[in-house]
Design a protein around this ligand. Sequence first.
Ligand SMILES: [Mn+2]
Length: 349
Amino acid sequence: MIDPIQRWADYGEKPDYAGLLTFAGLPYTEDPDELIGCDAAIVGAPMDDLTSDAPGARFGPRAIRAAGCTTGPHLATGVDALREALRVVDFGDAAILPGDPVRSHEAIQETVATVLNAGAVPIVLGGDHSIAEPNVRACVQLHGPVGLIHFDSHSDTGREVFGVEISHGTPMYRLVESGEIEPARYVQIGLRGYWPGTAEFDWQRERAITSFFMHDVRARGIHAVVGDTIQRIGEGPVFLSVDVDVLDPAFAPGTGTPEPGGMTSGDLLWACRELAAGCQIVGADVVEVLPDRLGALDITALTAERIVREVLTGIAMRRNGTGGEHVTGESQRGAAAPDRVGIPGVMKR
Ligand SMILES: [Mn+2]
């Protein structure tokens, strides 16, 4: 295990641009034995062979890591998920093979399964959205059929895309048809634009899959939509899949199939934390980041990095009993922060 912060131990954090490139400066290992005792592990899945539109998501994991900063308590909740509340490591990238999506999916599934078998929650950085299939499959091997919370501007429930059955537009269809995702515990948030069509939505309706379209989010507000989602998911294991194209391209231009009229970063970050605090998340992925530069100037990768942090913060809140706003019934604003106001040295940024 290498802890990139070790050389800066006197300061408790390292400069973001220096040292080994890991997610949020987390300790790095490729040894499965060192996953024992971890609560969560970051896995990169740098493949984009199955995109139907712009390629480049293979560069996502590296860009998300580069967009990170070292950790400290979250200002809204007071939780330091990455270094205090949870034990989290960066488990590196799955051994994907360029041009061989089948064997790449096998490698992703195997790497995610290694994390799960050690008792840790896998957080997977994509990659095109086809990687949700091996990610969910690995979770199902351990937990049985799971629910799915799916942020996306597209449903990804095509039977095929351009006649191709294994694609970034089909993973959710395949996982429902195989019985691995429970359709009654499958909630989509943020759908908009012009795809898919009637056939796909008829198929979804027959299976009682829940769709909160972007116009629902706009009309009802994200707070109500997240509350309904927590109710639909209920008890039991659930996978969280975040396609960054759910965000408006103004917030996340670096993605393969951008669709105007989407969510704000603020709403998505809060929703990810709240859902992780309110549901039993057994695995998560953040996909379709097509970086256009390395480092924190890439706003899509930067937001993807923060999405992972919010998920981990929510998982920490669920475990320590703090819950989210839907559990406690009160807004977080002012709930966690006041006793830390004015304490020198708590936050350096
Ligand atoms: Mn998608």
